[in-house]
Design a protein around this ligand. Structure first.
Ligand SMILES: Cc1cc2nc3c(=O)[nH]c(=O)nc-3n(C[C@H](O)[C@H](O)[C@H](O)COP(=O)(O)O)c2cc1C
Length: 446
């Protein structure tokens, strides 16, 4: 282990699960869903393409991959193309198993995230009315169109909890090491937690205890299904950055309540509501790196046993090490960083951190591609691992002259060299990078 990274590279546990290092890939829509029909909005499954994507990062040394999201109830299915993989449905199982096995094969652990977006999806394509805590329509500006929601009644609540149980059974059957319940980013369970959206007057509305009732019931049901030999956690937006919304102080109370419930093993600390998907939920390039680490620190101060995961534009092992050393968190999410560079941990372990391809936070390949299959402007192989991961040695070695040291020229050059050719790049300006050298001169694009 590198002595420069005593925290980042050391193992730690979440509940009963030992994780080989502190690097986590959080759940993220890849939009790699294989649809059941030719209609790319038809709900399908995450299959081989997703498993290949996961495997490249497990092989690169990630400690924990939180798979998904998988949808927890039919009323939570989106109208976003290539996105829906129902987690309660047994057709999800073979693909889920494939992704879990892709992690285990290389020593990574796999949790599965289950989510319901509540009124953050249109739900109208097949006439299904979406659910929420209250009869409201969400503020405009989200990644998905808004729909007027039905206030969930007692039967709806019981049905939702039953579906989370079905999801948990699937995760267990797939061999996952843990389950995460998505209650962040303005999703359904957060619609119950936040006073912004929860206007109920029954036992699910009003006091914090009442607003936390449904998330805690869901967690209890999931724990019953998965038993004590799997990990269980919740993802929260601990600071909504919205007037009248959940603040970090209230979230410290929530963390204490969850710890006292004795059901979960960790809190995955996130921030923001979906209408602020970019920049706050997925902080874009104008944000300082690790901008939200102190939120994780505040949650860590509030709990004694629960593990805490920090998130938000943590892009290299030096930043992660600092967060861990400062005691802000036990694990660090580095999701887009791993889209750009699947081998962060491997390269760190081998003392090659200067070879880590950095995430620039542009969002052009990932967030902007929700609904079409994500990629990465820094890494053309992201999402195409099955086809592009293997460098095939050239049958006949040649001298190769690449004219022009811009992005395309450099990409062609390194691949030709990796295939065994003898490559020389010719660039008239004296500087490599081409048009990419212009981009960092703009404000916020350092
Ligand atoms: C394309 C994309 C899809 C995402 N989908 C989800 C999701 O399904 N569930 C979730 O909890 N977070 C989701 N997120 C947020 C990420 O899990 C993570 O919190 C965010 O990218 C910030 O971490 P990073 O700076 O390490 O990328 C998504 C992010 C991206 C870029």
């Amino acid at each position: 282990m590198s002595s420069e990274f005593p925290y980042f590279l050391s193992p730690n546990t979440i509940g009963p699960v030992e994780i080989r290092n502190r690097a986590v890939i959080s759940a993220h829509h890849t939009c790699f869903v294989e649809c059941r029909t030719e209609d790319m909005y038809s709900h399908g499954k995450l299959g081989k393409r997703y498993a290949d994507y996961v495997e490249a990062r497990a092989k690169g040394g990630i400690g924990l991959f939180i798979l998904g999201q998988y949808i927890s109830h039919p009323t939570g299915l989106y109208e976003v193309a290539l996105t829906d993989c129902p987690g309660y449905d047994e057709t999800a199982l073979p693909g889920m198993k494939m992704a879990v096995e892709a992690c285990h094969k290389h020593g990574a652990k796999a949790f599965v995230q289950f989510a319901h977006a509540g009124f953050m999806n249109a739900g109208g394509r097949d006439g299904t009315q979406v659910w929420s805590a209250s009869e409201l329509s969400p503020p405009p500006g989200g990644i998905v169109s808004a729909a007027m929601a039905k206030e969930m009644d007692e039967d709806d609540i019981a049905d939702l909890i039953e579906h989370y149980r079905m999801c948990a059974r699937n995760a267990k059957a797939a061999g996952a090491d843990g389950v995460e319940i998505h209650a962040a980013h303005g999703y359904l369970l957060e619609q119950f937690i936040t006073p912004l959206y929860n206007k109920r007057t029954d036992e699910y509305g009003g006091s914090l205890e009442n607003r936390m009732r449904l998330p805690m019931q869901v967690l209890a049901a999931v724990r019953e299904e998965i038993g004590r030999d799997k990990a269980l956690g919740i993802r929260l937006s601990v600071e909504e950055y919205a007037q009248g919304g959940v603040t970090i102080q209230e979230s410290q109370e929530i963390a204490k309540m969850l710890e006292a419930q004795g059901v979960i093993d960790y809190i995955n600390v996130s921030q923001g509501l979906i209408p602020n998907f970019v920049p706050i939920v997925v902080p874009c390039l104008t944000f300082p790196h690790a901008a939200f680490a102190s939120n994780a620190g505040a949650i860590k101060e509030a709990v004694t046993k629960l593990k805490v995961i920090a998130t938000g534009r943590i892009i290299d092992p030096v930043e992660a090490e600092q967060i861990l050393a400062d005691g802000h968190a036990d694990f660090c999410i580095m999701t887009r960083a791993h889209l750009a560079e699947p081998e962060i941990v491997k390269k760190t372990t081998e003392g090659r951190i200067d070879e880590i391809r950095g995430c620039v936070g542009c969002g052009n390949g990932c967030t902007a591609s929700i609904g079409g299959g994500i990629g990465c402007t820094q890494n053309p192989a992201a999402g195409n691992e099955g086809e592009m991961d293997t460098i095939i040695p050239a049958a006949k070695k040649k001298k190769v002259m690449v004219i022009g040291g811009g992005l395309a020229g450099l990409e062609a050059a390194w691949i030709a060299q990796a295939r065994g050719h003898d490559v020389t790049v010719y660039e008239k300006s004296g500087e490599l990078g081409g048009q990419a050298l212009l981009a960092p001169q703009l404000p916020g694009k350092r």
